[in-house]
Design a protein around this ligand. Structure first.
Ligand code: FAD
Length: 376
């Protein structure tokens, strides 16, 4: 099979960029990856993963490592603020009949699994390095790097996240990230035996939830309406999280509240979103992941759609067609699914902030999960 691109540069070593490297190396393509963070760190507490993400892990070849180091469970329990279960959302088993339909893992653990697989794939990884210029020529692309080197490629993949410098360089008129009036708090806590799967409590505006990330730990997440994106002093993190849980008499949340302390690894993150209109490529540079579609966390599908971008792009580049045709087909296959996630997730956030219609919330949730279950 003739490949349109023999030598590819990936800029950004997050979940999307690492997944692209792994998939392209399976097709014997030479891959360089530059990551600006010299420590290749991943920040944050846990990350929730739906069945489509576990299906993508199976394709990538990291499902076994995930099952060993993370937590896979079935169903999402929705509870009332004082404790009783309102409903349980089913999570179809998309990664196979033997693999639960969802799960979670600590972010740094998932990043390490993907980084190990990226290195094992034979990708040339340069840390603490990024591009300075990207020059597109008719049949190749020339990139200069901060380490003083210059290299030529058939294709450059920008996977450098929400504040993408690649996007700025090649699509300067793209929209910029928008603050949505909500923030999310996350913390890591010991997992009590009664927390068996993803569980959320439906407060009128503040929505806490927990998800096991391993056999012994779980992460807590709380979405909070915050009309303006004000700084919160780290000294206030513990008392702020405790205050957010005050309106929840559910016994499990009372117990969680009592455990929150300085060692709870609390992370605060104002929520921003971005959907760059089509097309996500210019000649021989294509953007994937949060660089073009950063979703709010309400569907827990941001990592999913970034990783899927990588799988689909590698498939399309593995055909005997010109690069432009491969990128066009990639775009067609990805647009509707990513648009659906970003827009539906944003609407779920709006409903939460305004205390809006619970039936609409439930319907969007159901429809989105059904759409995500479709093959990519
Ligand atoms: C609060 C919050 C909670 C979330 N919860 C979930 C969840 O539960 N489930 C889920 O599926 N998704 C969730 N998401 C979304 C998910 O985290 C992102 O969609 C995903 O991490 C995007 O991966 P990415 O590789 O595209 O970008 P990033 O993770 O941003 O990675 C980009 C990488 O590029 C590097 N980089 C940046 N600039 C440059 C440069 N110029 N040169 C070289 N390297 C560069 C960065 O250091 C980074 O390593 C959440 C997001 C937020 C904000």
């Amino acid at each position: 099979m003739t490949l349109a691109a023999r030598h590819i540069l990936i800029i950004g070593g997050g979940f999307s960029g690492m997944s692209a490297a792994i998939e392209l190396r399976k097709r014997q393509i030479d891959v360089d990856l530059v990551e600006s963070d010299a420590g290749w760190r991943s920040y944050g507490a846990g990350i929730s993963l739906n069945g489509a993400t576990l299906r993508a892990f199976r394709t990538l070849g990291i499902l076994e490592a995930f099952l060993e180091h993370g937590s896979a469970t079935d169903g999402v329990e929705l509870r009332l603020p004082h404790g009783p279960t309102a409903t349980t959302l089913p999570t179809p088993r998309l990664a196979g009949p033997d693999v639960p339909g969802g799960g979670a893992i600590l972010r740094p653990v998932l990043a390490r699994i993907l980084a190990d697989a990226t290195r094992a794939s034979g990708t040339d990884v340069r840390l603490g390095c990024t591009f300075t210029t990207i020059d597109q020529h008719a049949d190749e692309i020339e990139v200069a790097f901060t380490d003083g080197s210059r290299r030529r490629y058939d294709l450059v993949i920008g996977a450098d996240g929400l504040h993408s410098a690649v996007r700025h360089a090649v699509i300067p008129d793209a929209p910029t990230p928008r603050y949505v009036g909500q923030a999310v708090w996350r913390a890591v806590l010991p997992k009590p035996p009664e927390v068996a799967t993803a569980t959320m409590w439906l407060g009128p505006q503040v929505k806490p939830g927990v998800n096991p990330v391993s056999k012994t730990e779980m992460y807590l997440f709380i979405t909070e309406p915050r009309p303006t994106n004000d700084h919160v002093d780290e000294m206030d993190f513990v008392s702020h999280v405790q205050r957010l849980l005050d309106g929840f008499p559910a016994p499990e949340l009372r117990a969680i509240r009592a455990q929150i302390g300085p060692s709870s690894r609390i992370v605060f993150r104002p929520i921003e979103m971005l959907l760059v209109p089509q097309s996500w490529f210019r000649a021989r540079v294509v953007l994937i992941g949060d660089a073009v579609h950063a979703t709010t966390p309400h569907l827990a599908a941001g990592a999913c759609i970034g990783i899927e971008d990588a799988l689909v792009l590698a498939e399309e580049l593995d055909r005997d067609v010109p690069i432009g045709d491969a990128l066009e087909t990639f775009q067609q296959r990805r647009w509707e699914r990513c648009r659906m996630v970003v827009e539906n997730s944003a609407r779920l956030g709006e409903i939460a902030v305004t205390g809006g219609d619970k039936n609409e919330h439930a319907q969007i949730m159901r429809e989105s999960l059904m759409a995500l279950a479709q093959p990519i």
